[in-house]
Design a protein around this ligand. Sequence first.
Ligand code: TXA
Ligand code: MG
Length: 330
Amino acid sequence: MADDVTEILNRTDRDITQAAALLAAGKLVAFGTETVYGLGADAANAKAVAAIFEAKGRPHFNPLICHYESADAVFAHVEANAMAQRLADTFWPGPLTLVLPRRITCPVALLAGAGLETLAVRVPAHPVAQRLIAALGRPVAAPSANRSGGVSPTSAAHVLAGLGGRIAAIIDSGACRVGVESTVLDLSGPTPFLLRPGGVSLESLEAAIGPVRRGVTPGQAERTRTLRSPGLMISHYAPTLPLRMDAADAAVDEAVLAFGPPLAGARLVFQLSADTNLNEAAARLFEGLHWLDAQAPAYGLRRIAAMAVPAHGLGLAINDRLSRAAAPRD
Ligand code: TXA
Ligand code: MG
């Protein structure tokens, strides 16, 4: 269900109403959230959800996040527990996704959750996302609005470059404040487990609910073994150019992703944060990868050297995305 022409919408009430009507008709609409742009479909419409996988070229075993208007709406579809309630009170609306057991009555298409008994849910803080979900009156399933494996988009222009001609519309929602995807926390087991570091830091999660486990669970290892190509999942968020992390020098053919004073001799630099502010660096990370990809060829540069970023606060999410971008590709 490709749409040849992708319409660019604005933030007026009329445009939001039009975007919601497109979703209700089973079409795909990209919209801004505070983390990254999402590629939205009516979560209850299995055909529309299937179209997300098609437009992104996303493997069907990789489940989507459902976006809700409020915590009450979330907990009508998934089973809450005390930790989920506490986290919802503390961080929603905001960049936190919780994985919880689906209720039997949950109307979200099974495909959205890739057939799992759990569902990933969040309440976004961006006004455009909130107004769109409210106008549809149902949850919106939305992965990041990029081709599978590519860098997540933090502007309408990024979405258009990656998915233009494949989706019905993009709501130009401005730049994304947080800039890295939401933190994904699995609360469906006996102890909370960090599946993906993101916009809410591990430190602030632990301040709210105590220790959070991380690393690879036996269940995840099992799932990874069953994947057609495990490398497909590890190499994610990848720019077109090869990238190496923790660079202490820049080779002649390398563009530099800087954090603080740039490496000596660099001919092309994207500065994440001159005064090493991790929140600013997170907000600029994907912009930087998109920009270096676009600019490097004109300078005869073929690789990206990313300077070291400390792994605390949002630095954990930044390092996670950089290590995926640096992972070997198929
Ligand atoms: O910030 C964000 O989270 C953005 C915006 C649009 O909300 N969305 C996003 O979606 O990054 P996506 O599809 O690119 O990443 C969703 C992540 C994937 O790693 C997926 O495997 C995981 O969440 N996930 C989704 N449902 C899950 C489930 N039931 N169990 C475990 N992991 C799940
Ligand atoms: Mg993604």
